[in-house]
Design a protein. Structure first.
Length: 280
């Protein structure tokens, strides 16, 4: 019997600001490294449908990349995701408590890694940012130095995407400093699209840099049916455009949903691939 995921739910993905008590902190280099709450994504940033107009050679099929953001805080999360047994891309925040261990684990298991670069969001400093995060007030040299440091911290990374950054990514001059540094080292960029006014993908195109932008977030709501509905949406986009990029996070509900659903996507004409396969 052919199994299919539940029908797509028509939902406008939003995420309320997290309570301060819910924010996780971990030590790093003598400081407290903080994972800020996820940004609140508006409908305008929720599902860019025509970001990757790559037509599939086979009707009803497509390629889908799943990027797991916020990796580096837990090795057990990495192991659980790897156990699904399908291609995934881990996007690791430099400086989190277990980021080196997660990067090493991914490398040993052939799992693609990216650098999840912390960037200033709207409302900062009211909204927290990692101690090593990028601010719009930073000079070009400081931005380049920090990004170069991230690349050294995660030497196996083949690309990068922004962590939060609804403010930072709207500043083309700041993004140029970041992307030029990545491009010089041969890394690609995936724009997480945390603001409709992001300049990330535009600057990447100007630089002739391999790049893409995500199509949908899977887990703005940490509830199984919502996540499966968003995954169905990603499948639909992959079939429509030939390819799609979905971003999610290592929450228990997300890991459980992916574990049950991803191995069955091949029967629906979907080929799961690493993010590097979809950048151009």
């Amino acid at each position: 019997m052919k199994h299919v995921l539940p029908p797509i739910q028509v939902v406008t993905p939003t995420l309320p600001f997290a309570n301060a008590s819910a924010v996780k902190t971990v030590p790093h280099a003598g400081k407290i490294q903080t994972i800020p709450p996820l940004e609140k994504y508006s409908a305008a940033t929720a599902t860019p449908e025509n970001n990757i107009p790559i037509r599939s050679k086979t009707p009803g099929s497509g390629r889908l990349a799943i990027v797991i953001d916020d990796m580096g805080g837990s090795l057990s999360e990495a192991r659980s995701l790897a156990a699904i047994g399908v291609p995934l891309t881990f996007s690791i925040i430099p400086g989190l408590q277990k980021y080196r261990e997660v990067a090493s684990f991914a490398a040993s298991g052939g799992i693609e890694t990216m650098i999840h670069i912390p960037m200033q969001s709207k409302g900062w400093p009211g909204r927290r940012l990692e101690a090593n995060g990028l601010l719009v007030t930073m000079a070009d040299d400081e931005l380049r130095e920090r990004v170069a440091g991230f690349i050294k911290d995660i030497p196996g990374a083949v690309g990068a995407n922004n962590h939060t950054g609804s403010e930072f990514t709207e500043h083309a001059d700041k993004m140029r400093s970041v992307l030029e540094t990545l491009n010089e080292k041969g890394l690609f960029f995936v724009d997480s699209v945390t603001t409709p006014q992001t300049t990330g993908i535009l600057v990447a195109h100007e630089l002739g840099m391999r790049s893409a932008r995500r199509n949908t977030f899977l887990d703005n709501e940490q509830e199984r049916n919502y996540i499966l509905g968003q995954l169905n949406q990603a499948v639909r986009l992959a079939k429509k455009n030939g390819a799609a990029i979905a971003i999610c996070h290592p929450h228990p509900a997300t890991i459980a949903a992916l574990t049950s659903a991803l191995p069955r996507l091949s029967s629906q004409g979907i080929t799961l691939v690493s993010a590097s396969k979809l950048v151009r």
